[in-house]
Design a protein. Structure first.
Length: 412
């Protein structure tokens, strides 16, 4: 094909011909750019619709989170959607039971999902009292003649949505261990984190709850959802100048979807300064170890906070098997000195914050039903960074010499 001749501007003899220099294109990092690319990237990699114009509040520990949740329940006008892996018949569980019953009596629709394994110690009389007062209750995945005999997967989510307008999610179950002062022994509350989200993202949390409600009732999911042909719940082209506030993506962890893991890699690729992670049950896969180690070798400040004591001691033994490789590559690790560090959070570059129910282990990333909020907001990112640094003040840093002799599949 013949090339078209160049188009030139007519000139006079006295006018020199200046070379035409094309304007340099505006370079926008497709990963780190705020707004449209964050939302679109999250949709592509984790099937999570993102919305702008949200107001997000960081909640530290159980007592403050419980007060926030109860206030939302008590103010509900139309609907309360509550889903939690662990709902116990103790002072905390009864407090929520009373608020839910009061809401049902004033004709608010109340739907409640509890996981059978997580709430297995809760007596039937507790559930019967809720049902008798008008609370619509479903228990997820009772043991039976089902795949994995009903032992897997679990509904590990912790979600509250009120009137499609306000949502709360994080790692906090509804039990006294998160408030301290248990009846059997006096104890400090477990360290944990949640977020209160007000705005369009609450609608995404509603959709996630409704899908889980169908699963808990043994209903088949709509065909278009199963085939993942549904479009994002909100437009992916979010202009933060028009929609001020936090951009929030709700990531639904589902068996064998690996969405939270991919979203984490999305954040790890974006990181330029820091990746700070708190994980209660940290048993990372080899790709996750390589992502953290690679970021640390590239000069990113990578820090991991885990508990020094655990309600599942065998998990801690598995966690320590990953220490050596991470430490050798420049990742810094701290162990929480308190009773139990149960948070599942991450902060990237003081800009992206993840708060939810997912731990970095095979159950959390690839098997259980989980829910995480990925938030882009610099003010919240600064608050989350300060909270993380405060936690490190109550933790001990682990050095490579501390793990001499410990090895395993990732200990090379």
């Amino acid at each position: 094909m013949a090339r078209l001749p160049a188009v030139t501007r007519p000139t006079t003899a006295s006018e020199p011909v200046a070379p035409v220099v094309p304007a340099a294109p505006r370079v926008v990092d497709p990963v780190t750019a705020r707004g449209p690319s964050f939302a679109r990237g999250l949709w592509r990699i984790a099937h999570a619709g993102a919305s702008g114009g949200n107001r997000v509040e960081l909640l530290r520990n159980g007592p403050r989170t419980f007060d926030t949740m109860i206030a939302a329940i008590d103010g509900a006008k139309r609907a309360i959607l509550l889903e939690n892996y662990m709902i116990l018949d103790d002072a905390v569980g009864r407090r929520f039971s009373e608020s839910l019953i009061a809401a049902a009596r004033r004709d608010v629709r109340v739907q409640l999902i509890a996981d059978w394994i997580g709430s297995r110690e809760t007596p039937r009389a507790f559930w019967r009292g809720l049902r008798n007062e008008g609370v619509d209750l479903r228990i997820f995945n009772r043991p039976g003649l089902t795949p994995w005999l009903g032992l897997l997967p679990r509904d590990h989510r912790k979600v509250l949505v009120v009137d499609d307008a306000v949502g709360v999610t994080g790692g906090i179950g509804l039990g006294e261990v998160w408030s301290g002062g248990m009846t059997r022994r006096k104890s400090a509350p477990w360290r944990d984190t949640a977020v209160r989200i007000e705005g369009p993202a609450a609608q995404d949390m509603t959709q996630a709850f409704e899908a889980m409600w169908r699963r808990a009732g043994g209903e088949r999911e709509p065909r278009r959802r199963r085939r993942y042909l549904v479009s994002p719940t909100h437009g992916v082209d979010i202009d933060p100048e028009i929609e001020p506030g936090a951009v929030v993506g709700i990531v639904e962890g589902e068996p064998l979807r690996y969405r939270v893991g991919r979203a984490f890699q999305f954040q790890a690729v974006s990181a330029q300064q820091r990746i700070w992670i708190a994980s209660a049950y940290f048993v990372p896969s080899l790709p996750e170890i390589e992502a953290l180690a690679g970021a640390a070798r590239d000069g990113v400040d990578v820090r991991v906070l885990v508990p020094s004591k655990s309600d599942h001691p065998w998990v801690r033994r598995l966690t320590r098997r990953a220490y050596r490789r991470l430490l050798r590559n420049g990742v810094r690790i701290w162990e929480w000195r308190g009773v139990m560090m149960h948070a599942k959070t991450s902060v990237v570059d003081n800009r992206w914050v993840r708060v939810g129910s997912t731990d970095f282990n095979p159950l959390g990333v690839s098997i259980n039903y989980e829910l995480d909020a990925l938030i882009e907001d610099r003010e919240l990112g600064q608050q989350a960074s300060e909270m993380f640094q405060d936690d490190l003040g109550n933790s001990d840093e682990i050095r490579e010499r501390d793990v001499v002799g410990e090895s395993g599949a990732w200990g090379m």
